[in-house]
Design a protein around this ligand. Structure first.
Ligand code: NAG
Ligand code: NAG
Ligand code: NAG
Ligand code: NAG
Ligand code: NAG
Length: 438
């Protein structure tokens, strides 16, 4: 059928239709189709009790590895492949970082994957193999693509291997390192090494024990039996470490005596370690002030002073590979990129913004609170802002299409263009029929 818009009886109807169309178009252009939630950031309470302070971060990287079927396709993370000689690895063995040592293990029914993996261990598997290859231990590392992470609160759901002789690490440059050889289920000792990698640490060959700013805290649970949430809060001049939302240790730049305050009531066996930390504080700033990225690692180099290992072959049946599983990573952070900071100021106002007052009120409403995982209430583990497209306007979120900036209110323009196209098609193709109905 062809539209016969020429007839006099339908010309006023055409006018009404055009008015309606213009209204829809203006509506779409001037009033954002959706004013998205969380467009002014994500708020976390940092510190404990009366000292807790709310901080807002503008960006996020969230990955639910327990539902990720294809890690290679994820655009937020990159598996690492490189070899370290024995000399570079500073151990009895070199290290072979290879993508084969990183395996997805999604829950049954995720993204249509059939999985024989144990349901309760669903998550990314970081494997250290017991079979040494060319004098190198096969090990695993995966890094965020984003390199502009400057200050933030970083959380990972980890289940640490129970095979002695590896180091499982979650870090920025600020590390939580789990040495499986130090776990002792018989006497309930499960230490975690909290390390502030400073340039000084690098210079002394990453031997943090020598370089200072090191705390060995004792976990109040066996980290090999279940997933727990490990967290690093990185603020200007200050770092806090947590397990299941309980502060394990704090480290800071200033000469505050509270260098290692908090609840590290556990095995501080080295009073020497605390002294070293204090010495580092005296020597100037130790908390990094530059942007970086997040890393998950599982490695071994046979150095008896740190990782120990590698995982020993078990009996005549052959070796037992060590697996540390990652259920999720949730990082809420500020970006060092000028463009990202400028975007935020435009959306939410800054001190130098003329419309500051008005924007500030709207901004407060557009900040979302990060739900906290506690030992008593684990339900927040299952919560991801990124599972709700409305809550991640303009964030990098890995989707099938890849980690593009997801349009926030800018989506209104696209929506209007779509409506316009649909209406034009309706007018052109179905004109006669539609006028009849009107
Ligand atoms: C993060 O960025 C927001 C927005 O610019 C700012 O208000 C906040 O103070 C920043 N936080 C830190 C720790 O720098
Ligand atoms: C690491 O070494 C192994 C064994 O020699 C080799 O097959 C592999 O290609 C090397 N990997 C890289 C990234 O060079
Ligand atoms: C538990 O045993 C380890 C040795 O495996 C030892 O270093 C540690 O001090 C012991 N802890 C306690 C509380 O007895
Ligand atoms: C557990 O936490 C979630 C969100 O983090 C909250 O909605 C829920 O009410 C909490 N449940 C209890 C029993 O406190
Ligand atoms: C979203 O982020 C991109 C990249 O930073 C920027 O070009 C764009 O203007 C932002 N949109 C909004 C609505 O902030």
């Amino acid at each position: 059928m062809t539209a016969s818009i020429g007839s006099s009886s339908s010309s006023s109807t055409t006018f009404r239709l055009l008015l309606f169309l213009v209204f829809l178009l203006l509506h779409g252009l001037l009033i954002p189709a959706v004013s998205a939630d969380c467009e002014c950031g994500y708020a976390a309470s940092i510190g404990t009790g009366p000292d807790a302070v709310e901080h807002v971060f503008t960006d996020l990287i969230e990955t639910d590895f327990s539902r990720l079927a294809d890690v290679a396709a994820n655009t937020d993370w990159q598996r690492q492949a490189f070899n370290l000689s024995r000399e570079r690895a500073r151990g009895a063995y070199g290290e072979m970082f290879a993508v084969e040592n990183i395996a997805a293990n999604p829950r049954k029914g995720s993204e249509g994957e059939e999985q024989e993996g144990e349901e309760e261990d669903a998550g990314l598997r970081l494997v250290v193999r017991s079979d040494v290859v060319n004098d190198m231990v096969p090990v695993a590392e995966i890094d965020t693509m984003r390199l502009d992470v400057l200050y933030g609160t970083f959380r990972a759901g980890l289940k640490i291997t129970d095979v002695p002789g590896t180091c499982s690490a979650f870090f920025w440059e600020i590390d939580m390192e789990f040495l499986s050889k130090d776990f002792n289920a018989a006497n309930g000792t499960f230490p975690v090494n909290l390390v502030l990698q400073s340039r000084r640490a690098a210079e002394s060959g990453f031997d943090a024990q020598r370089a200072g700013t090191f705390v060995r805290a004792n976990l109040p649970f066996d980290p090999t039996l279940a997933f727990h949430e490990y967290r690093i809060d990185f603020l200007p001049g200050r770092v806090l470490f947590y397990a299941d939302n309980v502060v394990l240790a704090r480290m800071q730049d200033d000469d505050d005596d509270d260098q290692t305050g908090g609840h590290d009531d556990g095995d501080r066996s080295g009073s020497g370690e605390v002294a070293a930390a204090a010495a580092a504080a005296d020597a100037g700033p130790v908390v990094p002030r530059h942007a970086g990225h997040l890393v998950l690692q599982h490695w071994s180099n046979g150095n008896p002073l740190w990782s120990g290992g590698p995982p020993a072959p078990r009996g005549a049946g052959g070796g037992r590979d060590a697996v540390t599983a990652v259920a999720y990573v949730k990082a809420y952070f500020n970006s060092s990129a000028g463009r990202r900071q400028e975007d935020w100021r435009r959306r939410c106002g800054g001190d130098d913004d003329p419309g500051r007052e008005k924007k500030a009120a709207a901004a407060a409403a557009a900040v979302c609170r990060i739900p906290e995982v506690t030992a008593a209430n684990l339900s927040a583990r299952e919560f991801f802002f990124s599972a709700h497209p409305r809550m991640v306007p303009n964030q990098t979120v890995s989707r099938n299409g890849g980690g593009r900036w997801r349009g926030g209110s800018g989506g209104g323009v696209v929506w209007s263009a779509f409506l316009f196209t649909v209406l034009v098609l309706v007018v052109v193709q179905g004109g006669e029929m539609m006028f009849g109905a009107w």
